[in-house]
Write a protein that binds this ligand. Structure first.
Ligand code: HEC
Ligand code: HEC
Length: 372
């Protein structure tokens, strides 16, 4: 017995070591290990699988239960049942893969969104209203970065740091705990108490005391997890753009090193709510970009980041507001996150700067107990 256990431990330990000898986050669970009836989407982690479902919904404006049976909302098992629309979606995936393979060297040039454009049945006849109407611009669609006149990326960062309170004061805020309320699709729009623990440069744990139990999100500076009973897994490891994104989300509260977190910055301007904003796009090799939007006062008002799914890239938007001064540093007290699968608003009402936070707060959380 003893030998058996040690042998297993040894194998696990070996599996947890990366090339550099640093312990690594455990391999995330793959979609096909968790779900029962996958025929096409295999070999991707569970978080990316769920983002793929978000892409389906965003591209076609269909709800989860349009493709899945209506009893799916009661238990995750029911999502395995097949429906005619689910079968169509499978055919569509094969079609899109073939289009990209045959015409675009396998690059994901065509996604579900290319044809569907947010409608269930792609349009066939062009619209004269669209052709002759005023163009509707989405500030999140930053595809080219022309040399728009205005401050450079360095100047924008400088103004941002200044607007927040300056380098020195910023350096003095190294951690905080905060309390407030969280409202989202997952809490059925009721206000749930939320607690936040944050430590520079990039550690953060958010606990939403949701009606179905505690929903915990942790980023320890290198790895991230969600432990929440409403997810298909009681403990879901963040991968790819979700992990990179969790890091940026955490850094926004200690932004002194945000500029250094990306290899390259490009700059342009756009408009949000009739107000001119300066946009910085940060890129790192092999990562989707991150767009930061700064208003006239220099403060960060929006962050848009992306996650690559099995069928194309999906956006995640966070809008920051209600900046308040905490020991000389401005901190956003409200933010709204919008993604393909939901929207939530966090409103802080108290924040304690520079408190000692137990390291265990940022450790991998325990799996969420099942909903009673
Ligand atoms: C356009 C249709 C469509 C929409 C909308 C859609 N799905 Fe799916 N879903 C599918 C297809 C197709 C599969 C099977 C994929 C495969 O066979 O590889 C699937 C599989 C799943 C599975 C795996 C079930 C199992 O055990 O095999 C889950 C869970 C799931 N979807 C959840 C969702 C959620 C949550 C939403 C809403 C955010 C959603 N889906 C929206 C088409 C859809
Ligand atoms: C090349 C264009 C194109 C792409 C790309 C595309 N679709 Fe479609 N899709 C269509 C057309 C056209 C129809 C409508 C056929 C009809 O009218 O019956 C359709 C129909 C559907 C339907 C059935 C809607 C209904 O009410 O009957 C679903 C579901 C669907 N697509 C999902 C997807 C998904 C998911 C993707 C990405 C994997 C995707 N489509 C990519 C062209 C496309």
């Amino acid at each position: 017995m003893r030998l058996g256990r040690e042998a297993t431990a040894a194998i696990c330990f070996f599996g947890l070591l990366s090339v550099s000898g640093q312990p690594q986050a455990q391999r995330p669970q793959m979609a096909e290990d968790v779900f029962k009836n996958l025929q096409i989407i295999k070999g991707i982690p569970v978080d990316e699988f769920m983002d793929t479902m978000g892409m389906f919904s965003a591209a076609t404006s269909m709800n989860c239960t349009d493709c899945h049976t209506s009893d799916s909302t009661t238990t995750w098992d029911k999502f395995a049942n097949d429906t005619p629309l689910k079968q169509t979606a499978r055919r569509m995936m094969l079609m899109v893969n073939a289009i990209n393979k045959e015409n675009f060297k396998g690059v994901r040039a065509v996604t579900c969104y290319t044809c569907h454009n947010g409608t269930r049945r792609p349009k066939v006849v062009p619209s004269l209203m669209v052709q002759y109407g005023a163009p509707v611009e989405d500030p999140n669609e930053i595809e080219t970065f022309p040399n728009t006149p205005g401050p450079s990326a360095d100047e924008v960062f400088e103004k941002y740091i200044q607007a927040l309170g300056g380098v020195q004061r910023l350096a003095q805020l190294t951690s905080f705990t905060a309390k407030g309320t969280y409202t989202g699709y997952d809490t059925e729009q009721t206000k749930a108490p939320v607690e936040i623990f944050a430590k520079a440069p990039a550690q953060r744990t958010t606990i939403v005391h949701a009606p179905f139990g505690d929903s915990v999100r942790t980023y320890d500076g290198r790895s991230g997890w969600i432990a929440s009973a409403d997810k298909p897994l009681p403990l879901m490891t963040l991968t790819g753009g979700n992990a990179d994104g969790a890091k940026v989300d955490a850094m926004v509260f200690f932004p002194a090193q945000l500029k250094q977190a990306f290899n390259q910055w490009r700059v342009t301007s756009t408009v949000i709510d009739d107000k001119e904003v300066r946009v910085l796009q940060g890129t790192n090799p092999r990562q989707p970009p991150v767009n930061l939007y700064f208003d006239e006062s220099g403060l960060l008002v929006r962050l848009v980041r992306f996650v690559d799914t099995a069928v194309g890239r999906v956006p995640m938007q966070i809008d920051y507001a209600d900046y308040r001064e905490v020991s000389g540093v401005k901190v956003p007290f409200r933010w709204t996150a919008t993604w393909t699968d939901g929207q939530s608003t966090t409103q802080l009402n108290e924040l304690q700067p520079n408190v000692q936070i137990d390291a265990a707060r940022f450790a991998k959380p325990a799996p969420a107990p099942p909903i009673k």
